[in-house]
Design a protein around this ligand. Structure first.
Ligand code: GLU
Length: 600
């Protein structure tokens, strides 16, 4: 465990390589966004970026009191459990990526939810047919064993300098004293209102007095404050072996439904044993070399590291910095399409499937796939996967299968400390509002992460590594990323929510920043496209309504409109040793970036 006293001078070292990497340090705009949030901040002493002001402030508070990036990341995450309860919390899971400045190494924790030990590949089949997504989501069947509490404890034990009780304090206070309801919170509640009303415990908590919470009102969650208090006193054993866990199991096995709603909430089979055997897994990161940098991310069970990494390797041979905007987008779209074809065929939980992580990330395989990309024509989706074990240049591959559906929502936070450590952490309860089932008296929602499994193979003739299994982790798209220079010093770290669009958002933001040289906050704000081996590429309105669409359609692209893709945050190490924290300017009502000692 690191002691706060072990301060390192390395943090002040200026990397010559960094001067030429990424965007030049922009003058720091101090304009505040909605609700007084600031999407960019520059200074010393550490930095935090998240979607929420209260959560970012919780991390900054811990940094100010001498905590390190890991302590601050857990504090921020716990606060997001209060203010972003529909996207994260102790009822969910996530993936934690950590850069240790002392050893200049990257470590990761897979805190993904697991299926019950009793689950088989038929988890989501009824009478031999896959359930509809809607039927599956708001039910006990979709709930996996939460991994978030174990992730927090593992991270603190391994690299933190504070105990759980200490880092939970700001979040506990926030839950007790309340936060101000903004448009995003109200509209997310409204989007879930019908299904929240199916479950009286959820309605009681999130529809106070039977109404949608009013913008500007104070939302308090004393039950969650008590849950955090209990975790502070007893540790996360209260969830994996104790009373909170018992309540989770009861909720999943016997969902409490309002009989008047007529909702048939299928019970799940999560048992005490599932909680007792849960482990957050420390594992090696993925590493991809890109333009002389080292891009680290999360290995399977998330597809994030392999898919972003493969796409970067495909793009490595093209000089994106000199292309027109249309050609850049074309290459980004095609690389995403190919990487998604391979993701669908090859990535699942490695404890159950043979996953060719190394081969998917080999430059030889990427080159064999890049050869399919033409400047003036578009590949057809669904595109067949390649064979990473036997890369054959320009091979058309075997049978194609479409990408299976995944819900879209969660939250990402990025933290750096004064010692130069960095955390990039995406946590989730799967779709906005999770399973819609609140644990009675405990103040948090349960995840619906198991719907990230394929309910059935998308094509009967293509093997699917993402079918449910006992204790298996559903494939994720979460892609918390840390980029280091050639000397393994941090350049930038970022991530995003958005289900499978996470991969394309992270890829696009990285290339906008590293190749197109946008300042980080503008790379995050840039209008997004998302291609996931589908006939149409999704475009945010700013792209859909621009002349670029016509230019791309002229070479064969087809598009659909997506009102909003992702909600990224990041931190950048500036050449002079300052940190820049960046978040969304507009999406989700704007994010919140702060530093300990502002020095714009
Ligand atoms: N369930 C998604 C995944 O793990 C995360 C939820 C989201 O960001 O939308 O890929």
């Amino acid at each position: 465990m690191r002691r706060p006293g072990t301060r390192r001078l390395a943090v002040l070292a200026v990397s010559a390589a960094m001067v030429t990497v990424g965007a030049a340090a922009p003058p720091a705009p101090r304009a505040s966004g909605p609700a007084g949030k600031t999407p960019v901040a520059v200074g010393y002493g550490g930095a935090v970026a998240s979607v929420d002001k209260g959560a970012t402030a919780a991390g900054i508070e811990v940094l100010e009191h001498g905590g390190n990036a890991v302590d601050a990341a857990v504090a921020t995450a716990a606060a997001l459990g209060v203010t972003e309860p529909y996207s994260s919390g102790v009822g969910g899971g996530g993936y934690f990526v950590y850069y240790d400045a002392r050893t200049r190494t990257v470590h990761t924790i897979d805190g993904r939810e697991t299926a019950p030990l009793s689950a088989g590949s038929d988890l989501f089949l009824e009478n031999g047919k896959p359930l509809s997504f809607d039927d599956a989501v708001s039910s006990g069947l979709s709930v996996g064993t939460p991994g978030t509490p174990a992730t927090w404890q593992t991270a603190l034990d391994r690299w933190g300098s504070r105990g759980l009780a200490s880092v939970l304090r700001p979040a506990e206070r926030l839950a007790r004293d309340g936060f101000t309801v903004d448009d995003t919170f109200r509209s997310q509640t409204a989007a879930n209102e019908t299904r929240f009303r199916h479950f009286p415990d959820t309605a009681k908590l999130f529809l106070p007095g039977g109404e949608l919470p009013a913008v500007g009102s104070t939302f308090k969650n004393p039950e969650l404050a008590r849950t955090y208090e209990e975790l502070a006193q007893k540790g996360v054993g209260a969830i994996y072996h104790g009373g909170i866990g018992d309540d989770i199991v009861k909720t999943v096995e016997h969902p409490r439904v309002d009989p008047a709603s007529g909702w048939k909430a299928r019970p799940g089979k999560l048992a005490e044993k599932d909680l007792a055997v849960y482990r957050a897994k420390e594992q090696a990161p993925t590493r991809t070399s890109y333009r002389g940098l080292n891009v680290y991310s999360i290995a399977p069970s998330s597809s994030g590291g392999t898919t972003v990494g493969e796409a970067l390797n495909i793009l490595e041979g093209s000089d994106l910095s000199r292309m027109s905007e249309a050609q850049y987008l074309h290459h980004f779209i095609e690389a995403s399409r190919i990487a998604f074809a391979d993701r669908g065929r090859w990535v699942g939980d490695p404890a159950f499937e043979k996953v060719p992580t190394k081969q998917l990330l080999s430059q030889r395989f990427a080159d064999s796939r890049a050869c399919l990309v033409k400047d003036d024509a578009v590949l057809t989706s669904p595109l067949a996967p390649g064979d990473p074990y036997h890369p054959a240049p320009c091979a058309k591959g075997g049978k194609a299968a479409p990408t299976t559906y995944e819900g879209q929502n969660t939250t990402h936070l990025t933290v750096a400390d004064r010692w130069g450590d960095v955390v990039s952490y995406t946590l989730t309860i799967e779709q906005t509002g999770g399973s819609a089932m609140t644990v009675p008296g405990r103040g948090f929602l349960l995840n619906n992460e198991l719907t990230d499994f394929s309910f059935a193979p998308a094509s009967p003739s293509v093997p699917d590594p993402n079918l449910p299994g006992p204790g298996k982790r559903p494939r994720s798209s979460i892609s918390p990323t840390i980029v280091l220079d050639g000397h393994n010093r941090p350049v930038v770290a970022l991530g995003s929510p958005g289900g499978a669009t996470i991969v394309t958002t992270v890829l696009q933001t990285l290339t906008e920043f590293l190749d197109r040289r946008l300042p980080l906050v503008d790379a995050i704000a840039a209008p997004r496209a998302s291609q996931r081996n589908a006939a149409r590429t999704e475009l945010e309105p700013a792209l859909y309504d621009s002349p670029l669409r016509g230019q791309l359609e002229a070479i064969g692209h087809r598009f659909s409109r997506n009102p909003e893709i992702g909600a990224a945050t990041g931190v950048q190490r500036l050449p002079d040793g300052r940190w820049l924290a960046a978040a969304e300017k507009v999406r989700r009502g704007g994010g919140s970036a702060m530093v300990v000692d502002p020095a714009p």
